[in-house]
Write a protein that binds this ligand. Sequence first.
Ligand code: GP9
Ligand code: MN
Length: 638
Amino acid sequence: MRFSVVNRDYVSNETRRIPLKILNYIDIILFFIILFLKLVTYGREISPEYFDSSVTKPIFASLLVIFSFSFLFKGKRRTAYLIIIDLIISLILISDIAYFRYNKDIITVSAVQTAKLLVGVKSSVADVLSIKDFLYLLDIIILVPVFIYFKSINKNSIKLKFRLILFLIILALGVGLDIKVFHEVNVEQPTLLTAMSNRIYLTKMIGNLNFHVVDAYNFTSTKVKNSKKLPEKRKSAISNYLQNNNSVGGIKFKSEGSGKNLIMIQVEALQGFVVNKSINGKEITPNLNKWVNKSLYFDNYFYQVAQGNTSDAEFMSLNSLYPAQSGAAYYTYAGNTFDSIPKALGEKGYYTAALHGYSEGFWNRNVMYKSEKFDDFYGQTSYKNNQTVGMGLSDESFLNQSLEKMKTFKQPYFSFLITLSSHYPFNDTDGYEKYTTDKLDVGEYKNTLLGNYLEGIHYTDEELGKFLDKLDKEGITKNSIIVLYGDHFAIPKENINQLYSFEGIKDPTDLTWYEYQKVPMFIHFPDDNHKGVNHAYSGQMDLYPTIANMYNIDNKYMFGRDVLNVNDGDSTNVTFRNGSFTDGNVFYVSWTNTYYDIKTGKKVKETPELKKKKEAATTKLEYSDDLLNHNLLKSFPK
Ligand code: GP9
Ligand code: MN
């Protein structure tokens, strides 16, 4: 047969050509393997339990994109390109590892920009670098001379047309794979890419290189958006607006807190409906109910968070500024100047500390707390991790250890505590049950999201109760004002029907939904002074102005109102990030452009007066955005 005849010439030509071909690409192959291994090793190094094999896909995708460009170069230039890429990536990884050692997080552009904020008092660059980090550069040290020596083997004299085709194919492959990776993230956690709440998790999902690209993109797009100078007229309009809005200086509760400690507790997913509510004959939150009765309780207090979730609740409560339009203010505006509660109290000689038993970098707290001028942040690494419930360190252990720390604080102090155990999806019911002395029987709700939440918040309630009782016993309450509030919803919109059926609600409207977005807030005064219920419609934006009046803090630039001294009716104007608002009588729902009468629950027509209020709500949000985007607090007169 014709084809069975072996052509000796042909074979020898081919065998010679194949190794030649591989040699033609040897630099690409080598650097690809090396960088792939470096990126995988990096993940393992910072978190072996977290970075499983799933991270290889995004690493592969991003390397394909970067390597596709190497085909545009010829000969020595291509190798030079690869060496430079290798060098850049290695330096990024070394910096990331060093940064992680101290901050337990991944570097961001804004963190680099605010580098002065990042270095802790006791640390220096040398402290966080280790000799073995430089192993990431070892290949370059070895390979550069090798390539120089063997430059003759790497002729890569491939035709331009062929190189262009290879470039396009590999680029398309890389981009395609990357799109898939990003799509998966978006489906799983839609706000993760913009809000960047959990950077380590995001890095695991999209790989270190993609993370830095997304971060740089977020950073520059915000910068570009805000690069236009704000006209002076606009600046003074904002400043005037805020000075007119300034409600500090009211008569009621003036100076109540002067010289006293301020203990602020932000409770994870504490929603209003659980207060004073029972299930199967047992109170869900018996301890909070007891403290509500000893305190000034606000039963129409709303959370106003946006994409920044917990961090938005903190941001508003500590600064009385609105959350970012998209993403998280704690990330986007971490380099700004703030006139926060810790800053103001610090200036009055207070010691100020934030305490939270979870990863320091989560929600960029490690960076933001410095901008907010906390003296110290006690995060995960400041706690003994001796008991886990839910997402991490249990509330019991966290609150016990926090109390011990607080006892050593120089008085007067401001302690800001953030709990964790009652975090969505509340599925650690084993943990909740194990550490609750008085188990809650949720009956038919067992193993539903709502039932699990009730068990979770029942557990947290018990721990909060123990903590507050200890503050009492230690005599701390005598000399402190305690503020406790919920950060945001527990039951998301898609599960809201579970809550409605639990509450026996038949025909819910958007107004009903909003009425369920209340979170408890109470202020406890020494000797249970001023106890009672305040029904004013108010929200997280109003906390700082209310406290400012009690502590004689002179801050003119807050968007909220002192809820204890409002004179325009009984309520403050609660504006939500999406433009919805309520004045306590009418509720405007922005996504349907509908007004509801709160008392009757019926829709009402827009009046010129309501329209004005609607526009005022938007103006307020735009002012807040401008203030943040242009860092106006830095230049506003004090
Ligand atoms: C973790 C915690 C949770 O530190 O504050 O934040 P969340 O997911 O509720 O926004
Ligand atoms: Mn939260």
